[in-house]
Design a protein around this ligand. Structure first.
Ligand SMILES: [Zn+2]
Length: 305
């Protein structure tokens, strides 16, 4: 059985130079394309049931990571028009504090500060030693290189760097109301939206050595969602798609039934287990590129070159 599971983050007309949200007009076009070409299934039930309702088109699923407020403002009303099922994966500690995941915070600070002094420089390896940026755009280019590097670091080191940058960019006030609140989440849940976990604090789980820390990330989130939703959550998605065999085993042990990754390919039940369901991430791109991406062509080209 094959399913194309699409992964989204933000849907908003806002301009963000480092992490551009999907524009609502584009999101509508993508939805239209998905509806025309796929049978959209309710992932939480479809993946777990033996019976697969026959369809004249390939199966697809829709998911959102991080739990941004604009899902409710822009995406949900459109999805509702087509009456499509979908999943949202929330970071429980971020919902509690209202502070978005580090992946958002880092980009936001670099894009919105006017500080040109880089006091964090000395904490970073040679390639990132740069005590001063020449301009705002120089700082933006630097951020584009720094983020992939930080995704590859250990969680402790990354946390140190992100916190140091929060001090470095003291002129930036992080936006409030960027994330869904518990009452938003409960409202969407009542409307039939599947709410799952995206961990408790958004670390890269595959990079955590201590298994009890991984278990805690899953457990805190599991318990909090159970309390807020009135039932146990079924699915989770791994932050930044970081997953390995240990992470999958621990997710199962904690009580989740499905795990979503971001391997940028279609899910094939013959080859992959239900704790590493591949998803294809879609971005703010024209429909030509989006279609290439949905067919895995861009991903294959990247592998080739
Ligand atoms: Zn995330």
């Amino acid at each position: 059985m094959h399913v194309k599971v699409f992964s989204f983050h933000r849907v908003s007309p806002e301009i963000d130079e480092l992490w551009q949200p999907l524009h609502p007009d584009r999101f509508r076009k993508i939805l239209q394309y998905i509806v025309n070409n796929y049978k959209v299934v309710n992932l939480d039930t479809f993946m777990l049931s033996e019976y697969k309702e026959p369809a004249d088109r390939p199966y697809a699923g829709i998911t959102f990571d991080d739990g941004y407020k604009d899902i409710l403002t822009y995406a949900y009303p459109m999805i509702e028009e087509y009456k499509l099922p979908f999943n949202i994966f929330v970071v429980t500690n971020c919902v509690e504090t209202g502070i978005p995941p580090w992946t958002f915070v880092l980009d936001y600070m670099f894009a919105n500060s006017s500080v040109l002094e880089n006091r964090v420089s000395t904490m970073l390896p040679e390639a990132f030693r740069k005590p001063k940026w020449n301009s705002n755009s120089d700082r933006l280019s630097y951020a584009k290189e720094l983020k992939p590097f930080l995704k590859d670091c250990t969680n402790n080191y990354r946390e140190k760097i992100v916190n140091a940058y929060i001090e470095n960019f003291s002129d930036v006030v992080l936006p409030k109301d960027i994330l869904l609140t518990w009452s938003d989440i409960q409202y969407l849940h009542k409307q039939g939206v599947n709410i799952g976990s995206h961990s408790h604090t958004h670390p890269l789980l595959g990079k955590i050595e201590d298994e009890s820390t991984i278990a805690l990330e899953f457990k805190l989130s599991f318990d909090m969602l159970t309390e807020k939703l009135g039932h146990e959550p079924i699915s989770l998605s791994y932050p930044v798609g970081s997953v390995d065999e240990r992470v999958k085993r621990i997710a199962r042990e904690v009580g989740y039934k499905l795990g979503f990754a971001v391997n940028q390919v279609e899910y094939n039940s013959d080859e992959e287990d239900i704790f590493e369901i591949s998803r294809i991430e879609l971005y703010d791109e024209n429909m030509f590129k989006t279609k290439l991406r949905t067919h895995g062509i861009i991903q294959k080209m990247k592998q080739l070159f």
